[in-house]
Design a binder for this molecule. Structure first.
Ligand SMILES: [Mg+2]
Length: 171
């Protein structure tokens, strides 16, 4: 059970994820979280760096779908300028949105990676859906109201994983 909270990979930020490396692994699609993964949870628009990251992925023919538990207003406002497909109120960690995004991209499970900053939703959900998972460090240390309880549980899970020697990265 605890292993389902363990990401396949851990990076500092989304910018450490390079299209060439994904292509090498046979990855053709990305399901990414929005809040505190792409931008701070309280920032409405993409930064120029994020826009550039999306462009790079497009150039390498890697599809990106944004899957967020946040509401339509937030997710649509962010995604439309990027022309990025999205799913709002995704109810991660439930599998449904991960499945839907994978299917919409026309890809198989082993061609998709899930990127996110939360163990409870992004990583657990991605793992349960049978996808490769990449944990990023949250952009802000603060969170929206709904995330605060998840973070408490997350800290407990992280302690357990560390105790068992399953985590090798530093906080
Ligand atoms: Mg997040």
């Amino acid at each position: 059970m605890l292993n389902l909270f363990l990401p396949n990979q851990h990076v500092k930020s989304i910018f450490d994820i390079k299209p060439a490396e994904l292509t090498e692994k046979g990855i053709k699609g990305i399901i990414t979280d929005l809040d505190n993964t792409l931008v701070a949870w309280n920032q409405p628009e993409a930064t120029p760096e994020i826009t550039e990251w999306f462009n790079q992925m497009k150039e390498h023919h890697i599809k990106v779908t944004i899957v967020s538990n946040n509401n339509q207003e937030r997710v649509q406002f962010f995604c439309e300028p990027l022309s990025a497909p999205f799913i709002f109120r995704a109810r991660k960690p439930l599998r449904r949105a991960f499945r839907k995004a994978t299917k919409k991209m026309g890809l198989k499970n082993d061609e998709v990676v899930v990127i996110g900053d939360q163990l409870m939703t992004d990583i657990f959900g991605g793992n349960v859906a049978g996808l490769y998972t990449i944990l990023v460090v949250p952009i802000l240390q603060t969170d929206g109201k709904l995330t605060r309880l998840n973070r408490k549980i997350e800290r407990y899970i992280l302690r357990q994983l560390r105790k068992k020697g399953k985590i090798t990265w530093e906080e």
